[in-house]
Design a protein around this ligand. Structure first.
Ligand SMILES: Nc1ncnc2c1ncn2[C@@H]1O[C@H](COP(=O)(O)OP(=O)(O)OP(=O)(O)O)[C@@H](O)[C@H]1O
Ligand SMILES: [Mg+2]
Length: 278
């Protein structure tokens, strides 16, 4: 089974199929205040707790700002990690870097052992004036990030504009996974929601899930645990249907995955398969 990178965001691993895949670039899209920075730091904290290293590159948060936020969340371990250089925090100035270049990649390469959690919060200033070469350049940049570890980049959703702007769309297109964080502001239960837009080479849940931001726990996604139990044993299902070897081995592959597919769903699908293959 492919190893998954546990994100540390409670309930989030369930909706993305068990965690991130190693050496991938994962996008978090959200408007101001949706929790992109907290998401990013929580991902890094989990790595630190696992004995991994972390790099946090930001354009508006310096070391002090990160410490204040971490302290407000009760994440002392993150502060110690910064003091011990297990977590490197770098504030870049968009004016001086502006646009993707090798400086950031060189800095990352210098600071990792090849499997470090990397966060760029946010990616938007790096590509805010996209031209024809930008897609190729983002691809190049993402490849360098993948080569150095598992990466989260956050992308700013512009106020009162669609997600169709190139500086939102391109990172989402070229990434390995993308999630969309929203704050509709209806209050409590469904005020904040998160949805998986895509996850390459992975199953993921399709719903819109409520999340909260809590001191101590950080971002908590209320993914549906009942639904997430999965199919433990498919033998009783197999005996119900007359199936050929091809579909049977596919079912066994599915059953081995720790993903939530109900028995009822499999039975419905098999009925359709049977009728199509009479
Ligand atoms: N210590 C805390 N405890 C509980 N909730 C908090 C705490 N700190 C911040 N929050 C919540 O998280 C929100 C901000 O989250 P965050 O800074 O991660 O958002 P962001 O998407 O990065 O926004 P920005 O546009 O400022 O970068 C706050 O508006 C508040 O609702
Ligand atoms: Mg932020």
């Amino acid at each position: 089974m492919i190893m998954r990178i546990k994100t540390g965001i409670i309930g989030f691993d369930t909706i993305i199929g068990g965690g991130y895949r190693p050496n991938t670039v994962n996008v978090v899209v959200g408007a101001s205040g949706t929790g992109k920075t907290i998401f990013s730091l929580q991902f890094l904290l989990k790595g630190i707790e696992n004995g991994e290293r972390g790099i946090y590159i930001s354009f508006d948060m310096d070391t002090k700002a990160v410490m204040i936020l971490a302290e407000s969340l009760g994440w002392d371990r993150l502060i110690t990690a910064m003091e011990n250089a297990e977590l490197m925090v770098t504030r870049s100035y968009a004016e001086s870097i502006s646009y993707l270049n090798e400086d950031i990649i060189n800095y990352i390469e210098k600071s990792t052992d090849g499997n470090t959690r990397i966060v760029i919060d946010s990616f938007t200033p790096l590509i805010s004036s996209p031209d024809f070469g930008v897609r190729r350049d983002i691809n190049w940049f993402f490849d360098q990030l993948r080569a150095n570890g598992t990466c989260v980049i956050t992308v700013e959703e512009p106020f009162s504009e669609s997600l169709a702007k190139p500086d939102t769309v391109l990172p989402v297109f070229l990434s390995d996974s993308a999630v969309y964080m929203k704050n509709i502001g209806y209050g409590e239960a469904f005020s904040r929601t998160i949805q998986v837009i895509k996850h390459r080479a992975s199953w993921h849940m399709e719903g819109v899930f409520p999340y909260r931001i809590l001191p101590g726990l950080g971002i908590v996604v209320e993914s549906d645990l009942e639904y997430a139990k999965g199919v433990e044993d498919i033998s009783p299902i197999l005996t119900k249907f007359k199936l050929d070897k091809g579909i049977e081995s596919k079912l066994r592959f599915l059953a081995k995955k720790e993903i939530p597919v109900s028995r009822a769903l499999i039975e419905r699908v098999l009925k359709i398969y049977e009728s199509e293959n009479k």
